[in-house]
Design a protein around this ligand. Structure first.
Ligand SMILES: *[C@@H]1O[C@H](CO)[C@@H](O)[C@H](O)[C@H]1NC(C)=O
Length: 163
């Protein structure tokens, strides 16, 4: 028996593995991150949130921009320095300006929040309305330009778009 036959046999016996590895090396469609749907909070109305997969790790997650659509992350898993007075280590990337309540309507939070996959982790890199976080007695805002700083997504809260 020559090596080719032995290798082919190995591939037939381990069809799944060979298929996956060959595909992952060849295909630009491969995304090393887990399914981003797993980051949606447990009460999300999954059936009514349009999520489409594009090439590689590009997605489209269309939500209704409002106070209930945002992404949460831990300051300890972010390049953004945790502000003094923050009590719970949590930051919120809002889909609207929480102080004015606008603008509302359908929003692709994947592109709006600059979501991207790196080293098997999902990050936000854009903060269209800055950040909000809590101190002992109040809600605070960081409105400066934070774009480009990476924060590992903890959870995504998405209200379905109103049609
Ligand atoms: C995302 O999907 C929505 C419809 O679900 C569409 O209106 C919008 O143009 C898409 N955005 C991008 C960046 O592809």
């Amino acid at each position: 028996m020559n090596w080719f036959i032995i290798l082919s046999l190995f591939c037939i016996l381990n069809f799944q593995e060979c298929h996956c590895c060959l595909k992952s090396k060849r295909s630009a469609d491969y995304c090393e991150c887990s399914d981003i749907i797993d980051l949606l909070d447990e009460y999300a109305d999954r059936a009514n949130i349009p999520i489409t997969e594009k090439v590689g790790c590009v997605r489209n997650i269309t939500c209704n921009a409002d106070i209930n659509t945002f992404a949460g992350f831990y300051f300890s898993a972010s390049e953004i320095v945790r502000p003094d007075g923050n009590t719970d280590n949590i930051a919120y990337v809002d889909s609207i300006n929480r102080q004015t309540g606008v603008p509302r309507g359908p929003l692709d939070i994947f592109s709006s929040f600059g979501m991207s996959c790196e080293n098997k982790k999902w990050y936000v890199t854009k903060y269209p309305h800055g950040l909000s976080y809590y101190t002992k007695d109040s809600e605070e805002f960081i409105s400066g330009d934070l774009d480009g700083k990476k924060s590992e997504i903890g959870k995504i809260f998405c209200k379905p778009p109103v049609i």
